[in-house]
Write a protein that binds this ligand. Structure first.
Ligand code: ADP
Ligand code: MG
Length: 725
């Protein structure tokens, strides 16, 4: 009995235990958790949907008036970027959330499985209990029936006892089963604990996500706020602009109204003016109708007046032309007189500076000085004795090419008026003859400056005169004349008398180039120079022993009268005047010296004869004087530039040159002294010669006869220079 009672008690306690375990097992708790999670999930999902909707709304909102480049648009672009970033993050979070949801789902499934198993276990337990209580009830009934039947009770007790051992066995079995179930419950608890932990972590994750979402929301809200502000400011701007435009329009409108009023009043005042204008116009119209007649009359009278005026002007012109011609004649006369007063033959000296070539030491010291008050005096110290000379002009070493040219300028321009001019450079070799005549490319001498002057003068007169300028270049060496511009420079040329009986001379075959510009002249000079250099190996030496002539012919026609003039300018760089020692020189050098001597003496004689106005001038005594006969005789003009070296070692030659110069100049002093001078002159070395046969004085100047002179030289080669450019 006791045994049954204890079994009963045990059973009850076990049932109690089971019922206690049931809530502990947490079936309902898990369910609660799951429900909570589900609710949470659902809430999050709703929140997400709201966010999306808001986003969509923001995206759909029209972008406020596009104001490209403004600060707002930049900001809104930034916000848009930030928004897209946030969207990306939201999408990431969404995927994370869905993963978590999946996990929660899996866990919920597993929980449901565990619960199912637990339910099975509990059902089994209930069945077992049921079975056990049924058996206990049966046993109790059996015991009661056995008590009613007393004798067999002992037997029944015995059977019960036997049966009780069976029950014991069943109890132990149920105990082990119970044990097993408890173990399972512990295991389930463990699983539950893990799941709780997982749930906890998922809770944390969810709260993190929620915080992030909250952050994004605040960000969104801020962006939204900014956008609103921006829109508001834009709206305000727009309103302001509209207001301003409106105000402006109102002001303008007012002005227009005022203008309109003014115009209206103007119109009112203009109407009477228009009326008077119309009247005037009608009056004018009437007048115009009668105008042609009036005009015809006026024209007739004006024509008559003009005709009269033209006649008067013509008369005046004729008078002026007459006066002009008279003036021209007078000018020519005056010029002639001036040159005559200066002397048709003038002698000047030019002293070159001391150069490096003069060397150093006592031989190179300066022996020439000048008079500071008189530019026609030159002093020389020769062998310790001072000697002075008076010439027409003396140029010191300081004189420039331009200074010297200034002195000869008047001579050159007289060539345009039809005079013949000769300019000679005389002096020992190295005294500066070539420098004075040719000069250097940077500092040209008389030759180039003369041609330039001729060009400019001719151009100035171009309205009344037509001029042509042509040049020839020749050389006289050992009394042979050569053409420096010809194709065969070595060919000897002859000087001939014109067959027309005019008594004029010409050189058949002498080349003449017509020049029109400085470039042409330079080409001619270059050509002559090349001819000379190819001909002679030592040009310097050769040129010092030959006379170089540049002959410029200026021919002019007066456009109004047809009057023709021809003037010739002869520029001569003479051979060196130095005397060759009689003992030292022989052969060709002696011959050269003799020729130079002869021609320079002849030049001196001719000039002397001209200046002393002798009846006979010995032109024929040398090629040079013979060639220049036309240009030396008559009212031609001659200038002798005596070149002088200033240094001590050349004083003897300098003395000789200056004596020559002074004598040439002093020839004109008077008929009595003329002879005396000539007498002393012929004692000089290069004047020792016998006068040649008498020559008739040339009758007329070449220029005075139209078509005569050099322009009509038969047989002379004449070419027009073709500028290569
Ligand atoms: P020439 O022709 O009489 O033999 P150059 O004209 O050849 O003499 O002159 C001899 C040297 O003296 C040249 O080097 C020349 O440049 C120089 N010379 C001559 N006169 C002058 C001057 N007035 N100024 C500067 N140098 C000069
Ligand atoms: Mg020279």
């Amino acid at each position: 009995m006791v045994c049954v009672g204890s079994l009963k008690g045990k059973l009850i306690s076990q049932a109690q235990e089971v019922s206690r375990l049931r809530p502990e097992l947490g079936g309902t708790d898990l369910e609660k958790h799951r429900d909570l999670l589900m609710v949470e999930n659902e809430r999050l999902r709703q929140e997400m949907r709201r966010c999306e909707a808001e986003l969509q709304e923001l995206r759909a909102k029209p972008v406020a008036a596009p104001c490209t480049g403004c600060e707002h648009s930049q900001e809104s672009a930034q916000l848009r970027d930030r928004l897209s970033q946030l969207q990306l993050e939201v999408a990431e979070n969404k995927s994370m959330l869905s993963e978590l949801n999946l996990e929660v789902q899996q866990k919920t499934d597993r929980l449901a499985e565990v619960e199912l198993r637990l339910k099975d276990c509990l059902a089994e337990k209930a069945q077992e209990e049921e079975r056990l209580s049924r058996r206990l009830r049966d046993s109790h009934e059996t015991i009661a029936s056995l008590r009613a039947q007393s004798p067999p009770i002992k037997y029944v007790i015995k059977t019960v006892e036997v049966e009780s051992s069976k029950t014991k066995q069943a109890l132990s079995e149920s105990q082990t089963q119970n044990q097993h179930l408890q173990e399972q419950v512990a295991m389930q608890r463990q699983v539950l604990k893990e799941m709780e932990q997982q749930l906890q972590s998922s809770h944390q994750l969810t709260s993190q996500l929620r915080a992030q979402i909250a952050m994004y929301e605040s960000e969104l809200e801020r962006a939204h706020g900014q956008m609103l502000e921006e829109m508001q400011s834009l709206e305000e701007d727009k309103n302001r602009a509209i207001e301003e435009a409106f105000a402006r329009a109102q002001v303008e409108m007012k002005a227009v109204h005022e203008n309109l009023a003014g115009v209206r009043t103007n119109l009112l005042t203009l109407q009477p003016a228009l009326r008077t204008l119309t009247n005037d116009y009608n009056g004018l119209k009437r007048q115009v109708r009668g105008f042609p007649l009036l005009l015809q009359e006026a024209l007739k009278s004006v024509k008559a007046e003009i005709g009269q005026a033209i006649e008067e002007v013509n008369n005046n012109n004729q008078e002026l032309l007459r006066k002009y011609r008279r003036e021209l004649q007078l000018r020519k006369k005056c010029h002639n007189e001036l040159v005559r007063l200066k002397g048709n033959i003038r002698v000047i000296a030019r002293v070159r500076p001391v150069t490096k070539e003069d060397g150093e030491g006592p031989e190179a010291i300066n022996a020439v000085t000048f008079d500071p008050d008189d530019d026609s005096i030159i002093h020389l110290v020769h062998k310790g004795k001072p000697v002075s000379f008076e010439l027409d002009k003396v140029f010191s070493p300081r004189a420039s090419q331009q200074d010297v040219f200034q002195e000869v300028q008047a001579l050159i321009t007289s060539c345009i008026d039809g005079f013949n001019v000769c300019i000679f450079a005389y002096g020992q070799t190295g005294a500066g003859k070539t420098y004075t005549m040719e000069g250097t490319p940077e500092n040209p001498g008389i030759n180039q400056r003369a041609l330039q002057l001729l060009f400019s003068e001719v151009q100035e007169k171009a309205s009344d005169w037509e001029y042509t300028i042509s040049v020839s270049a020749a050389e006289i060496y050992n009394e042979a004349l050569r053409d420096l511009l010809g194709q065969e420079p070595q060919e000897k040329l002859e000087i001939r008398l014109c067959p027309d009986g005019s008594g004029q001379l010409y050189v058949p075959g002498l080349t003449e180039f017509q020049v029109q510009s400085v470039e042409d002249i330079n080409k001619v000079f270059e050509f002559g120079h090349t001819n000379r250099t190819t001909e002679f190996t030592n040009l310097n030496e050769h040129s010092s022993r030959s006379h170089a002539l540049l002959i410029v012919t200026v021919r002019g026609v007066d456009c109004s009268t047809g009057l023709r003039t021809t003037g010739k300018l002869n520029l001569v760089d003479l051979a060196g005047s130095e005397r060759v020692g009689k003992s030292g020189a022989e052969g060709s050098r002696l011959r050269e010296a003799q020729h130079i001597n002869k021609s320079l003496s002849a030049l001196g004689d001719v000039i002397a004869a001209l200046r002393s106005r002798q009846g006979h001038v010995p032109f024929r005594n040398s090629k040079l004087t013979y060639l220049l006969q036309d240009s030396l005789s008559g009212d031609s003009k001659t200038l002798m530039v005596v070149q002088v070296s200033p240094v001590e070692k050349n004083t003897s030659e300098t003395l000789y040159s200056l004596k020559f110069a002074e004598r040439v100049r002093s020839v004109e002093l008077g008929p009595g002294s003329r002879r005396a001078e000539l007498g002393s002159w012929s004692s000089q070395e290069h004047l020792e010669w016998e006068p040649a046969c008498q020559m008739p004085q040339p009758s007329a100047r070449a220029h005075s006869a139209p078509g005569s002179g050099t322009s009509s030289r038969p047989g002379s080669i004449r070419r027009r220079l073709q500028p290569s450019a």
